[in-house]
Design a binder for this molecule. Structure first.
Ligand SMILES: Cc1cc2nc3c(=O)[nH]c(=O)nc-3n(C[C@H](O)[C@H](O)[C@H](O)COP(=O)(O)OP(=O)(O)OC[C@H]3O[C@@H](n4cnc5c(N)ncnc54)[C@H](O)[C@@H]3O)c2cc1C
Length: 463
């Protein structure tokens, strides 16, 4: 008889990494499957090129069907929490009011999720940045916001001790944190669980799944060839792209008309201000400040101090040859800010082609474009108030917050997952990752992915 796991979890990021560690602690037989390789603080790639090639799907960037947007998502044990910035915010009432009306779910509110947010935050080290953590890029942003009367705030990050005073630059941990300071699921959950016997099968990509009356089957490909595995409950935590692609490859779109719809990404547009003096925006903690609530939240975008390492910065510039060389000579003299738009779900759809390859269709709606234009206008004022001698706008926009495709809800026509995180009419397949978002929150998503996964964890423990 084929072996039957209690749980198979596909994907080890914000959702899967949390669930695997915590379900394993309950004594359940859990197998965690991850497409990427396992790294640790001693062997994360130590340069930008290798980091992109080894830690990201598509060797760094994946593109939409018209090659206008570049997407970044990680492919390694710990998922995108290994490469992300770990900026962690709870969703606000604005998100939950919107989601409650879209989904019809009664628990979709701050007070019902408070204990899940509390539990996640207690399980990690958090730091809200302060004046002393700001680098020159942040100082310029704060100075300009104060001059123009714009609301700004310090960001909160999942980190322990980055030892910035010793000269560490957090930009390096876009390739994985060499100090185990950044609070990835590798640090908060997986490392310990693996030492205590959690079964992990890395370098294994799940191709499709089957739902049966009392078990699920998982078809995957390993470096040695194809395998099939069985479990009582299957948790898909492969992210918006991964989870949606697995369900599409499994042919579930015939039963689930909403599958693949409503893809959002908080489109991000990078701007650079060029100065005579050195700014060194990549130094130290490079992402410490953002615009505050008013009027930005209502206007549907946020501004954030950010920086890109040199290869990525080079790709974001709109020049070639001698002009490109001249711009890159100013790399240390640039301040950098992004506009991130709270985009509408109608503009995005995930499909597969006849080879099972993911196709991302994304266009900016009229509202998305107006929000971006309003953000860009404010940014220009900020750069001028900073005294920039030139303002550069990247011609690309990119997506780091990939959300939707398997929306949660009560209606089988408009959603894929029911309020108990089960796929409609397939109770043994559960999803609590970023694919279940019914629209873009306009707030960093990963803390809430973990909070939803905590809610699913509680539910599984009580069933
Ligand atoms: C550079 C960057 C910076 C970011 N910064 C922030 C931030 O500061 N704050 C924030 O809140 N969010 C941030 N994000 C986004 C955030 O990390 C994601 O929203 C979050 O990790 C999504 O969680 P998830 O569990 O849905 O998916 P992921 O964390 O992406 O995990 C999915 C996992 O599934 C695996 N997988 C996919 N398909 C398969 C398959 N077929 N078989 C097996 N395994 C598969 C993947 O390899 C991956 O490991 C950032 C993202 C990027 C790229």
């Amino acid at each position: 008889m084929e072996y039957m796991h209690d749980y198979i979890i596909v994907g080890s990021g914000a959702s899967g990494g949390f669930l695997a560690g915590n379900l394993h602690k309950t004594g359940a037989d859990v197998l965690l499957i991850e497409a990427g390789k396992a790294y640790n603080k001693k062997n994360f790639p130590n340069n930008e090129m290798r980091g992109s090639a080894e830690l990201y799907w598509g060797g760094g960037f994946e593109f939409d069907s018209e090659a206008k947007t570049a997407y970044l998502r990680s492919r390694c044990l710990g998922g995108t929490t290994i490469v992300n910035q770990a900026l962690l915010d709870r969703f606000d009432e604005d998100v939950f009011d919107d989601w409650k009306s879209r989904t019809g779910i009664s628990w979709m509110n701050l007070s019902d999720l408070e204990d899940s947010y509390d539990a996640i935050e207690h399980g990690m080290k958090l730091k809200t940045f302060e004046e002393k953590d700001m680098n020159n890029n942040a100082r310029l942003f704060k100075m300009a916001c104060e001059k123009l009367g714009y609301d700004w705030k310090f960001l909160r990050r999942g980190q322990d001790d980055c030892a910035l005073e010793k000269g560490n630059d957090c930009i390096a941990c876009l390739n994985g944190c060499h100090r185990d300071s950044k609070q990835s699921t590798w640090v908060t959950s997986l490392q310990n669980a693996i030492q205590n016997g959690l079964q992990v099968q890395s370098e294994t990509e799940v191709l499709s799944v089957e739902h049966h009356a009392d078990f699920c089957k998982v078809h995957a490909i390993t470096p040695q060839g194809k395998i099939a595995l069985k479990c009582r409950k299957l948790i898909l935590a492969a992210g918006s792209f991964g989870t949606t692609q697995i369900l599409l490859r499994s042919g579930f779109d015939k039963k689930l008309p909403a599958l693949g719809k409503g893809f959002c990404q908080h489109p991000q547009f990078m701007f650079f201000g060029v100065f005579d003096d050195v700014v060194d925006g990549y130094k130290g903690a490079f992402q410490t400040l953002a615009s505050g609530k008013h009027p930005f939240r209502k206007m549907g975008f946020k501004l954030e101090v950010v920086y890109a390492p040199p290869i990525s910065a080079g790709m974001l510039l709109n020049t070639f040859g001698a002009d490109f060389q001249a711009q890159m000579l100013h790399y240390r003299n640039m301040s950098s800010i992004e506009v991130a738009v709270r985009d509408e779900p109608d503009g995005g759809r995930l499909r597969i082609n006849n080879k099972g390859r993911l196709i991302v269709e994304k266009h900016l709606t009229q509202q998305d474009k107006s929000r971006k234009a309003a953000g860009a206008e404010m940014l220009k004022q900020i750069f001028m108030a900073q005294g920039a001698k030139e303002i550069l706008e990247s011609p690309f926009f990119f997506g780091l917050h990939l959300m939707g495709g398997c929306a949660i809800g009560t209606s089988g026509n408009q959603s894929v997952v029911n309020p108990d995180f089960q796929i409609h009419d397939m109770p043994h397949i559960l999803i609590a990752d970023s694919s279940i978002f019914p629209s873009a929150p306009g707030i960093n998503p990963s803390l809430s992915v973990m909070a939803f996964s905590h809610r699913l964890f509680k539910q599984l423990n009580h069933s």
